[in-house]
Design a protein around this ligand. Structure first.
Ligand code: AMP
Ligand code: GLY
Length: 423
């Protein structure tokens, strides 16, 4: 069958490599794609949030399955758009419909879901500009630091963690009244700070059955020692070494099963990935967020460890037979190191020539913000490449990726050299 992947990051390159490998794939397209996907698929230069355009291309190319990489087309309702239309309703969409995507698109929706289904999460309350004074009162009931979250999508920037009460009050005002994150902060979730170590778990569901995928931990801050601004992610490891059987069992019993059952009880159809962000507080995992897609760069360590035919997995969604599939997981560790443009996540230059990718032999180089022009590859974004390696433990996997990272060069290249420091 012909398959279309939507997105242009390292995540989509990782999906493309898996899908290109499947015996069930005839032609593979990626929209808009990058220099990495271009090597194994055909890139389609369209706006993936313009659903009419995606539909037109899909019909033209005889697409039978669309894998949605990032969250915004899902939150904007791409699945509903294709399902409602007679010309496109036979195309399998990997990613949930709009109401389910609210688990990521609205923090308030996600918190209500968590509380309704008794899934462990931080204590919270939601405020608008109308009841901002109540918000100030609620802040008083919490101990610092204060966690303020814009309700809507804010490109990963909508969460503020603030030490002082006065600053929290003033930021709450900025968000609700000053529209700091535009419409996304017209509602703000304030929640209790959870002190612990973060990890992510990934679940694939056809709406009836689910499979738990390998865990991962990403590193969001730009600076070593987890300092400085938040980024999309500077690297990741899988599995998470402290996620032992007992913890994984707690996560499945207290979080994953109630999530899948909660979706059913609420009559929310869901097919696709659920990415659950967790904080482990004294061995009690609590949910900090749901994402309705895979993570980036987590995908670049989780997917390489899954040895199954991904098209076969996705095809099982049609008849809801995911339970018939047995996952075949590589038990080695995988680690990815993200090379970014100097200046990222603030301003940075694009169009800088990248050399040395061909010298890498022991790792997979996933392209992200990278573009090909004739014979050369140039930077085209903040996160440029993600370098994934295997090892018998995460230290060895990281060492292999760092070794490969040193072979690749572009002016302004930066990467964190301390990944795994906290494990
Ligand atoms: P989110 O977008 O909800 O995942 O939040 C972004 C980041 O903020 C998370 O990865 C955590 O590092 C941090 N965070 C969010 N909520 C909390 C919380 N309740 N307590 C401590 N840290 C949090
Ligand atoms: N790496 C975090 C995310 O994809 O949201």
């Amino acid at each position: 069958m012909n398959i279309l992947i939507l997105g242009s990051g390292g995540r989509e390159h990782a999906f493309a490599l898996k899908i290109a490998d499947s015996k069930l794939t005839d032609k593979l397209y990626v929209a808009p794609g990058n220099s990495g996907t271009q090597e194994i698929a055909t890139n389609i230069p369209i706006n993936i949030n313009d659903f009419e355009q995606v539909k037109k291309k899909s019909l033209e190319l005889g697409i039978s399955m669309i894998i949605v990489g990032p969250e915004d087309p899902l939150v904007n309702g791409i699945h509903d758009f294709f399902a409602k239309d007679k010309e496109t309703n036979s195309i399998t969409i990997i990613g949930p419909k709009q109401n389910a995507a609210s688990l990521e698109g609205s923090k308030d929706f996600a918190k209500k879901f968590l509380v309704r289904h008794k899934i462990p999460t931080a204590r919270y309350a939601t405020f608008t500009r109308e009841n901002i004074k109540e918000g100030f009162k609620f802040l008083k009931t919490l101990t610092p630091p204060y966690v303020l979250k814009a309700d809507g999508l804010a490109a990963g920037k909508g969460v503020l963690i603030i030490d002082s009460f006065d600053e929290a009050k003033s930021q709450l005002t900025e968000m609700l009244v000053g529209e700091k994150f535009g419409i996304a902060s017209s509602k703000v979730v304030i929640e209790e700070f959870l002190d612990g170590i973060e990890l992510s778990c990934f679940v694939l569901t056809d709406g009836v059955n689910y499979k738990v995928l390998p865990t991962a931990k990403d590193y969001k801050r730009i600076g070593e020692g987890d300092t400085g601004l938040n980024t999309g992610g500077m690297g990741a490891v899988s599995p998470v070494p402290f996620a032992n059987k007992t913890l994984l069992n707690k996560i499945e019993q207290n979080i994953i099963i109630p999530t899948i059952e909660g979706l059913k009880k609420d009559n929310i159809e869901y097919q696709g990935f659920i990415f659950i962000g967790l904080i482990n507080v004294n061995n009690n995992p609590k949910v900090i967020e749901y994402n309705v897609r895979m993570g980036d760069p987590e995908t670049e360590v989780v997917l390489p460890r899954i040895q199954n035919d991904f098209v076969e997995i996705f095809q099982s969604f049609k008849n809801k037979t995911l339970d018939k599939i047995e996952l075949n997981i590589d038990h080695r560790s995988a680690a990815t190191v993200v090379l970014v443009s100097g200046g990222y996540p603030s301003s940075y230059n694009k169009g800088i020539k990248i050399t040395g990718i061909d010298h890498v032999v022991d790792s997979t180089v996933y392209h992200a913000g990278a573009i090909r022009e004739k014979e050369n590859i140039y930077t085209n974004g903040g996160r440029v490449l993600a370098i994934t390696s295997f090892g018998n433990n995460f230290q060895q996997a990281l060492k292999n990726s760092y070794n490969s990272a040193s072979k690749i060069n572009f002016k302004g290249k930066y990467y964190r050299k301390d990944l795994g420091f906290d494990l």
